[in-house]
Design a protein around this ligand. Structure first.
Ligand SMILES: Nc1ncnc2c1ncn2[C@@H]1O[C@H](COP(=O)(O)OP(=O)(O)OP(=O)(O)O)[C@@H](O)[C@H]1O
Ligand SMILES: [Mg+2]
Length: 347
């Protein structure tokens, strides 16, 4: 008991949103202290880690042959266990550096937000990685639950709350009531698929090869899911001509990017629709007033909120800071660990 109290005094709890695109770290009583891309650069020969996070992102698609920049998480799951472990270690170590010297003395308790469809093997991998990275105790929370809490939804009440978390690799749809997930659907379509759709479009229509960072820039700057005004905009895009092999720049319009994004956007709509169809009637009727909450970076796609509202005929809100919703959710749980532990899976 005394041992536990001392550990509490000398350590700090850490919440991690282990995302496909971004990793966010929340330190109890401090808030979000880190937010960096989930990218690791390694030496292709020795497999030694050269850079993690922001620094490694800059190397993505711009590496010399001896360096490989990789995303160890794909489609919301761990594609490379060892590199994910290295990444977790980097984030936990960096978070510890930001703590006061007293709080650095004892290993932290770590709460990791993981996709709801995660397999037993992946669960083990996350737990092992976090332990190897210096966690004293590891607990897991399902991403949609954390996103709902972080978006301020009253998840503990006996009423239906719907959260749609559109991340880089996955879209997670869940209906939550009485602190439990009643219906959920996870589909492996998110911001990455949108980027791929743009890359394919540029290839097919213009014979232009572009990298993923460029596709993401196009999506964020002129991408949309719904026509919001009469004004369509254009953007200059540079890449490599597939025929001549030389650098080339062309102009693309927001209208054609919207068409290119139609397929991934439709998959997201289908995931929402099928969850609504399976939702118990009492909870479904709650949603008529309470509507749907969008979180995750994909929620920032222009016009997506309007499109979902029109297609589902329900009110739609976007979380105050959608990219931070999951991490903020882990923060709320850390601050109330004793009362909220029902939502957690022990490590
Ligand atoms: N303004 C924007 N418009 C459209 N998409 C955006 C915008 N800002 C960020 N995104 C996209 O959001 C995605 C990242 O969101 P987020 O950080 O929530 O994902 P993640 O949690 O890492 O992934 P996952 O939950 O699938 O593991 C990226 O695909 C990014 O391109
Ligand atoms: Mg996420």
């Amino acid at each position: 008991m005394i041992h536990q109290r001392l550990a509490k005094f000398f350590s700090s709890d850490v919440g991690i949103d282990l995302g496909t695109a971004n990793c966010l770290v929340y330190v109890k009583d401090k808030g979000i202290v880190l937010s960096e891309p989930s990218v690791v650069a390694i030496d292709a020969l020795t497999k030694e880690v050269i850079a993690v996070g922001k620094e490694a992102y800059r190397m993505l698609d711009r590496c010399p042959l001896n360096i490989k920049a990789i995303r160890p998480m794909k489609c919301g799951v761990i594609a490379d266990f060892d590199i994910t472990g290295e990444m977790l270690r980097y984030f936990i170590t960096k978070a510890k550096m930001l703590m006061s010297p007293r709080h650095r003395l004892v290993k932290p308790r770590v709460l990791v937000a993981v996709p709801s469809g995660i397999t037993e093997v992946e669960t083990r991998a996350v737990q092992d990685s976090a332990e190897r990275a210096g966690a004293r105790e590891v607990r897991l929370i399902e991403e949609p639950m954390s996103a709902a809490i972080g978006s301020g939804l009253p998840v503990a009440e006996p009423c239906g709350n719907m959260i749609v978390d559109i991340g880089g690799g996955t879209t997670e749809v869940a209906v939550i009531s009485l602190a439990g997930i009643v219906e959920a659907k996870s589909c492996r379509v998110g911001g990455d698929e949108m980027n791929q759709a743009i890359i394919q479009h540029m290839k097919r229509v213009y014979n232009l090869l572009i990298g993923e960072p460029k596709a993401e820039k196009i999506k964020i700057e002129i991408g949309s899911a719904y026509q919001l005004s009469d004004e369509e905009v254009e953007m200059d895009v540079g890449g490599r001509d597939l025929v001549s092999g030389l650098p080339k720049s062309i102009k693309v319009s927001s209208r054609e990017i919207r068409t290119a994004l139609q397929e991934p956007v439709t998959s997201i709509l289908e995931a929402i629709r099928s969850t609504l169809e399976r939702c118990p009637p009492e909870l479904a009727s709650d949603l008529i007033d309470r509507g749907i909450m969008l979180a995750g970076g994909g929620a920032l796609l222009k016009g997506l909120k309007e499109l979902i509202a029109e297609e589902m005929d329900l009110p739609v809100n976007v979380a105050e800071d959608p990219l931070k919703a999951v991490a903020n959710g882990t923060g709320v749980v850390l601050q109330n660990m004793d009362t909220m532990s029902r939502n957690l899976t022990a490590g």
